[in-house]
Design a protein around this ligand. Structure first.
Ligand SMILES: [Zn+2]
Ligand SMILES: [Zn+2]
Length: 298
């Protein structure tokens, strides 16, 4: 059974009033920059080592990392608690999330909750309206204070996750699962599989996710009159398993369903319905398309 939620619903958690300074004077974050540069070089090299096997493995790993880890895990479950599932599955989805190199669960959840609290207003870590498309896409990662490993700092933005020792460990050691996966891909798949399912898959997943931060606050249609500049985009939804219905999402943050009509394809919503059918997921919260958001436009 689905629980319908109304517009203007408030999040169940309180975002701290003490926002984290996400700009450190725009000095480049060298470890992140070098890692991203190497990954991009590997992604380009992948095209010189094409094989169907490598492509197929890359697609599967991409679905697990971005589809399960980010869309179903970090975003719809860990940040917005839009459905319930067994604890082992929550942990598993969080491990999948780390495979994207988007940081640990407390960092991701904390940053995203700040985005919702301050959307397109001062304090938003990645707003193209305030700081331009480049900053919203990758600038905030390269030049901002990303706090990936500062678990203590992220606790106040993710107090619910901080009750779990596992999330503590995973947030501090978020590099362990993707590094282990990279080693396994290289040892058992060889260089083509490593380049496709390791490098190119990671780069593709990062840019797809970053497009939600940049493009869906710039291009697309607005169904709901939210106080931010969020938009709905079919292209971004196709790239991200349904995360591109971003205006719907900003209007109904706790809805597990982002594509609200039959023509708004939302792979994660379809996946959730299948998981519900086999009893792995319950207590799903959904929004209705004809609901209204009464907040004033910013
Ligand atoms: Zn947004
Ligand atoms: Zn969200």
């Amino acid at each position: 059974m689905e629980v319908y939620i109304s517009a203007n619903i408030k999040q169940d958690f309180i975002v701290s009033k003490h926002t984290i300074p996400l700009s450190n004077g725009r000095k480049i974050n060298w470890p992140t920059a070098v890692t991203l540069l190497l990954l991009h070089i590997g992604a380009v090299a992948a095209f010189f080592f094409f094989s169907w096997k490598a492509l197929a493995i890359a697609i599967v790993v991409h679905w697990i990392a971005v589809g399960w880890g980010i869309s179903l895990g970090y975003h719809r479950l860990h940040t917005h608690q839009s459905y319930q599932c067994p604890l082992w599955m929550e942990y598993f989805l969080a491990v999948c999330g780390t495979l994207t190199l988007e940081g640990g669960p407390m960092f991701w959840v904390g940053t995203h909750r700040i985005h919702h609290a301050k959307s397109d207003q001062p304090g938003d870590p990645h707003s193209p309206v305030l700081d331009g498309g480049f900053w919203a896409h990758i600038g905030w990662i390269l030049f901002g204070e990303t706090n990936h490993n500062d678990t203590i700092l992220m606790i106040k933005h993710a107090p619910d996750l901080s009750k779990h020792r596992f999330y503590y460990w995973l947030n501090t050691n978020h590099w362990v699962p993707p590094t282990a996966l990279g080693v396994l891909l290289l040892v058992f798949g060889g260089l083509p599989v490593f380049l496709w399912a390791g490098c190119l898959r990671t780069v593709y997943g990062l840019h797809a996710t970053w497009l939600v931060n940049s493009a869906t606050h710039m291009f697309g249609k607005r169904r709901f009159n939210t106080r931010d500049d969020s938009r709905n985009s079919l292209i971004i939804a196709l790239l991200t398993f349904g995360e591109g219905w971003h205006n719907n999402h900003h209007a109904h943050q706790t809805s597990a369903r982002h594509g609200l009509t039959w023509y708004e394809l939302d792979i994660s919503w379809i996946t959730l319905k299948m998981l519900r059918a086999v009893g792995l997921v319950w207590g799903i919260r959904t929004a209705k398309v004809d609901s209204q958001v009464l907040q004033k436009a910013a």
